[in-house]
Design a protein around this ligand. Structure first.
Ligand code: FES
Length: 617
C-alpha cells in the first residue's frame, strides 16, 4: 500500500488517514489523541505502549523489544516506533492514555426491599475431637440448624475443598454463605456477602459492587468493552467469532477478563476479599450474552436471528472466569426476542415501565436501539429493536469520537460564530454523540442544511473539505489537534440513517399496538448517550418524537440499575421473569411499511409544525 491509510484508535473511536510510514505516535498526535510519553517519541521511556490488533505495521527491532520487555509477548508495541503500512486498528491501554473515555456507570435509582438470594450466617463450632468426629460439613450444617434454625442440606463441591482450612484458620468461627439449601462459600467471622451487578454493553462495561446484607453500594466502575477491537457493532463481532476458529473463545476471554478485572478492583477498593463475592447479575444484549457465555452464535448472524436460549440462567462464576466464592453463581436474565436482551429487561424493570397505568415509550439508544411501549390498559408491553449503528457513538463520523476529553458535547450556532463545550473543557479534537446531534439540530434550525440534510445555505463556516461540504465547528487555530473540527455532509447523512431507523421503530411500534402518538404520556430515554443528549436537539432532528402530552425523562444507565435490583432482591428477579412473559417482540424488518417509514424518518422535520404540535395539550 502506498497512499494514505486509515488508522483507528480504540476504545475512544478516533480515526484518521495518514500517509504510509507514519508512526502510530504521530498519527495519534495528529488527531488529538494524547498518549503518555516522557521522551517525546524517542523510543526510550516506554510509556506510549499500544497494541496494534489488526493491519500491517513494521516489525519491532531489538531496541524496541528491550524497552517493551515481557509485554511484547502480549502484542504491545511502542507507538513511537511502529510505522503504519496499511489500514490499522490500534488498542490504547488505559495506562497509555492521558485521559480515557467517559463511561456512564450510574442511573436513576429507586429503593428496593432487600431480599438477596444468598444469606450470611455467623456460626461458632466446638473443635473436632476424637469423641466428636463429625465431618466438617456436617459440623457446619448442624451449627446452622442449632444456632439459626435453618435447614441446609449440602454444599457445592468446590466449597467442600476449602472447608477444612477455612474452619481451622478461623478457629472454628466462620461466616457461612447459603443459597437456598446449599452452602456456597465460607469467609472469616463477621464477613458480609458481596454482589456484583454488571451491564455488559457493546461499547462499555459498567459494574457496581454491593453489600447484600445492607444494600450499600460499595463502589462503581466502568471500562470500555475490550471486544471493540474485533468490531464496533454486534454483527461484526459475531462475524469475527463465527469466521475465526478461535474467534468465539477470544471474544469470550477478553470480556470475561475485563469483568473479572473490574470486580477485582472494586473488591480491593472496598477493602474486601474475593471469597466474599457470592452472587452476580450480568445483563447485556442477546449477542453480548451469547459471546460471554460461549453459546453458539452461527444462527444469530443470519435471518431469522434466533438465539440459542432466551431463558434466564444461573452459571457458575468460576465458569466465566470470575474470582468469587467457590459456589457463587452468576444470574443472567432472559431475553425478549431478536437482539432485545437481558439489558432491556433490566431497563424495563428499573424504569418501572409497565407498572403505571400510563402509556409510556422507553428508548435505549445505542449501536442497537431497543424500544418498548407500555400502552395504558393493554396489560402487556411490546418491544422491538433497530440497527441504528454506531454513529451516535462517534463512529462513521469524520471527526467523531467517543465521549472523552476534547470531545465537543454541546454546540450552539450564533450570529457571530459557534459556541461549543468540550468534555474536560480542553481544546476540541472531535465530536461525541450528543455534540453531533446538537450540531445537526443547529444546522437544521439555521437552515444551513435543508430537510433532506443537504448543505444549501451559504454560510461563512461552510467550506469544501477533502470529504466534500463541511461546516467548521472549531478552526485549527483553536482545536487540540491543529486541524479543523468539522461536521460534513457525510456526517449529517450518517445521523439521518441512524435516526431514520429509530424513527421507523417508534412509528411501527405505535402502529402495531394501535396507539395514537398523542396518547403517549411519557418518553423514557435510557443509556449513556441518551442521558447526555439535549432533548430539544433530539426532537428537532426527529430522533425522538415531539409529543403533545409526553414528559421526557433521562434515566441514565437503567440497565445496570435493573441488574442491581435483581442482585439484591429475589422478588425483583421474579419480576424480571414476569416482564419476559408479559413483553411481546415485534421484528421490524418483516413489516411491509418498514422501508417507507425508514425513508420518511431520514428527513429532518418541519420545525414549526413540530413545535405547534408540541404546544397542543
Ligand atoms: S514516547 Fe517514549 S517510548 Fe514512545
Amino acid at each position: 500500500m502506498t497512499g494514505p491509510c486509515e488508522i483507528s484508535f480504540q476504545p475512544i473511536g478516533r480515526r484518521i488517514s495518514v500517509p504510509v510510514g507514519t508512526t502510530i505516535y504521530d498519527a495519534a498526535r495528529e488527531c488529538g489523541v494524547e498518549l503518555t510519553s516522557a521522551c517525546g517519541g524517542e523510543g526510550r521511556c516506554g510509556l506510549c505502549r499500544v497494541e496494534p490488533v489488526s493491519g500491517d505495521v513494521s516489525e519491532a527491532d531489538a531496541a524496541e523489544l528491550a524497552v517493551v520487555g515481557a509485554q511484547a509477548d502480549d502484542g504491545l508495541r511502542l507507538a513511537c516506533r511502529v510505522h503504519i503500512r496499511g489500514e490499522v486498528a490500534v488498542r490504547i491501554p488505559e495506562t497509555s492514555m492521558l485521559s480515557g473515555p467517559r463511561l456512564q456507570v450510574a442511573g436513576v435509582t429507586v429503593p428496593v426491599e432487600l431480599d438477596p438470594v444468598v444469606v450470611a450466617y455467623q456460626i461458632h463450632m466446638a473443635k473436632a475431637t476424637l469423641t466428636d468426629p463429625r465431618a466438617d460439613l456436617d459440623r457446619i450444617l448442624d451449627a446452622l440448624s442449632e444456632q439459626h434454625q435453618v435447614t441446609v442440606t449440602g454444599a457445592h463441591s468446590d466449597v467442600i475443598r476449602v472447608i477444612g482450612d477455612s474452619l481451622r484458620d478461623n478457629d472454628w468461627s466462620v461466616t457461612v454463605f447459603v443459597r437456598e439449601d446449599h452452602v456456597v462459600g465460607l469467609a472469616a467471622p463477621g464477613a458480609t456477602p458481596l454482589g456484583l451487578a454488571v451491564d455488559l454493553g457493546t461499547t462499555k462495561i459498567a459494574a457496581h459492587l454491593l453489600d447484600l446484607t445492607t444494600g450499600e453500594n460499595l463502589g462503581a466502575s466502568g471500562v470500555p468493552n475490550p471486544q471493540i477491537v474485533y468490531g464496533e457493532d454486534v454483527i461484526s463481532r459475531l462475524e469475527h467469532a463465527y469466521r475465526n476458529p478461535e474467534g468465539g473463545d477470544r471474544l469470550a476471554n477478553v470480556v470475561r477478563e475485563a469483568i473479572n478485572g473490574v470486580a477485582h478492583d472494586l473488591i480491593e477498593m472496598a477493602g474486601r476479599r474475593p471469597n466474599e463475592l457470592v452472587d452476580a447479575c450480568i445483563v447485556g444484549n442477546t449477542a453480548m450474552v451469547h459471546l460471554l457465555l460461549g453459546y453458539p452464535i452461527k444462527q444469530l448472524i443470519k435471518a431469522p436471528f434466533i438465539g440459542s436460549s432466551a431463558r434466564p440462567i444461573d452459571v457458575a462464576a468460576a465458569g466465566i472466569g470470575l474470582k468469587a466464592a467457590p459456589g457463587a453463581l452468576v444470574h443472567v436474565p432472559g431475553a425478549i426476542g431478536g437482539f432485545v436482551g437481558a439489558d432491556h429487561v433490566a431497563m424495563i424493570l428499573a424504569s418501572g415501565i409497565g407498572l403505571a397505568e400510563r402509556t409510556i415509550l422507553g428508548i435505549d439508544i445505542g449501536t442497537n436501539t431497543e424500544i418498548v411501549l407500555s400502552k395504558a390498559g393493554a396489560g402487556h408491553l411490546t418491544a422491538t429493536s433497530c440497527a441504528s449503528g454506531p454513529a451516535f457513538e462517534g463512529a462513521h463520523i469524520i471527526d467523531g469520537m467517543r465521549a472523552a476529553a476534547g470531545a465537543i458535547e454541546r454546540v450552539v450556532i450564533t450570529d457571530v460564530g459557534v459556541e461549543y463545550k468540550t468534555i474536560g473543557e480542553v481544546p476540541p479534537i472531535g465530536l461525541c454523540g450528543s455534540g453531533i446531534v446538537d450540531a445537526v439540530a443547529e444546522l437544521h434550525r439555521h437552515g444551513i442544511v435543508n430537510p433532506r440534510g443537504r448543505f444549501e445555505k451559504a454560510h461563512p463556516r461552510v467550506t469544501m473539505g477533502e470529504n466534500g461540504a463541511q461546516f467548521v465547528l472549531a478552526g485549527g487555530d483553536v482545536s487540540g489537534s491543529g486541524r479543523d473540527v468539522v461536521i460534513t455532509q457525510h456526517d449529517v447523512n450518517e445521523i439521518q440513517l441512524a435516526k431514520g431507523a429509530i424513527h421507523a421503530g417508534v412509528e411501527i411500534l405505535l402502529e402495531v399496538t394501535e396507539t395514537p402518538p398523542d396518547d403517549i404520556d411519557a418518553v423514557i430515554i435510557a443509556g449513556a448517550f441518551g442521558s447526555f443528549l439535549t432533548i430539544d436537539s433530539a426532537i428537532d432532528i426527529g430522533l425522538i418524537p415531539r409529543l403533545p402530552r409526553a414528559g421526557y425523562r433521562q434515566v441514565g444507565n437503567a440497565a445496570v440499575v435493573g441488574a442491581i435490583r435483581m442482585l439484591v432482591s429475589a422478588a425483583e428477579r421474579q419480576r424480571a421473569e414476569d416482564i419476559l412473559d408479559d413483553t411481546g417482540y415485534e421484528e421490524l424488518t418483516v413489516q411491509p411499511v418498514f422501508g417507507r417509514r425508514f425513508a420518511m424518518g431520514m428527513l429532518l422535520p418541519d420545525l414549526q409544525r413540530n413545535r405547534d404540535r408540541g404546544r397542543t395539550r
